[in-house]
Design a protein around this ligand. Sequence first.
Ligand SMILES: [Zn+2]
Length: 192
Amino acid sequence: MNRLALEKIEYIIKKSRRRTISVQISSDCRLIIKAPLFTTTSEVESFLKEKRDWIKKQLERTRAQSQLASSLGILSEKEIRKLKRDAKKIIPQRVEHYAKLSGITYNRIFIRLQKSRWGSCSAEGNLNFNALLALMPLEVLDSVVVHELCHRRHMNHSNAFYDEVLKIFPDYKKWDKWLKQNGVAYQLRVGE
Ligand SMILES: [Zn+2]
């Protein structure tokens, strides 16, 4: 039984007027359980048992991300200035490349250093990208560029949207997964 592994993990229960139990993992690898007011400890435990595989996977991922972040270190002001310069050079080049390839048009490109999003596309056709992408493998940047460009044709995440993405960038799933596994570590490098 793998249960012992879970029992060693600290968790915090936050009770409130809600109907269901849910679990989140904080960036410092603690479990935060949100539960209805009258939930018993054994109900929480059996919920945790049920979610055990998911929790273990998420914890491993969070641990790996924070390890990667601390091995990479917090970006200094100088590094951030360089990163922004590099990002403003390379990101528009990749956008133009894929825009030409796909025949998709866009309006303006904005590049910011962000702790949350990787990219977005506005109704006006403006594309926003996180400067941190310039630190990652080029394929990761390309996957985000193609994703945002394809929102010019589909403002949703429908099958038609992903068909379009895969047509332009067949390796999309692989690099999107890479971003999900490693992205947080890069965001942690931005510091407070
Ligand atoms: Zn999207």
